[in-house]
Design a protein around this ligand. Structure first.
Ligand SMILES: O=c1ccn([C@H]2C[C@H](O)[C@@H](CO)O2)c(=O)[nH]1
Ligand SMILES: [Zn+2]
Length: 148
């Protein structure tokens, strides 16, 4: 369904679970791990990192994307998001927007506690989203240079 072969999916799931166990979660105690598959087959992980300010917290999905960008990867074939709840949790609005920036790819949500898996995609999580194309369209209209 996601177009990712079973062996790779297993690797992504294992990597997401390892990242989930490394999450820094002193406040919510809700660990999340993410594993991104890059176009060239690399797996880049991230966990949620909470902050005493609460608002400074970064989710696992964004941690993984930031890490991937820092390592020179900008094209993704999919992401596995693992939580330790019975039901897989779906990415927050900020993470949906953050992933939308880098195109449409499968989002596979898994539970660290059950076999439940939900597969969707970035576009389905953020229909009608605002992205790079929105700004490119605006620039093509020629409007950008006429406003202050
Ligand atoms: O998709 C999600 C949803 C929540 N969180 C984190 C943020 C915070 O640390 C904790 C509770 O919201 O879970 C993620 O990392 N990813
Ligand atoms: Zn998020």
């Amino acid at each position: 369904m996601s177009g990712i072969d079973e062996e790779t999916k297993k690797k992504l799931v294992a990597a997401a679970l390892v990242a989930m166990d490394k999450a820094y979660i002193p406040y919510s105690h809700f660990p999340v791990g993410a594993a991104l598959l890059t176009e060239d087959g690399n797996i880049i992980t991230g966990g949620n990192v909470e902050n005493a300010s609460y608002g400074g917290t970064i989710c696992a999905e964004r941690s993984a994307v930031v890490r991937a960008i820092a390592e020179g990867h900008r094209k993704f074939k999919g992401i596995v998001v693992a939580t330790n709840s019975l039901k897989p949790a779906s990415p927050c609005g900020l993470c949906r927007q953050f992933m939308f920036e880098f195109g449409d790819f499968p989002v596979i949500m898994i539970s660290g506690k059950s076999d439940e898996v939900t597969t969707t995609s970035v576009k389905d999580l953020l229909p009608g989203g605002f992205g790079p194309q929105s700004l490119a369209d605006f620039a093509a209209e020629g409007s950008a240079k006429n406003s202050s």
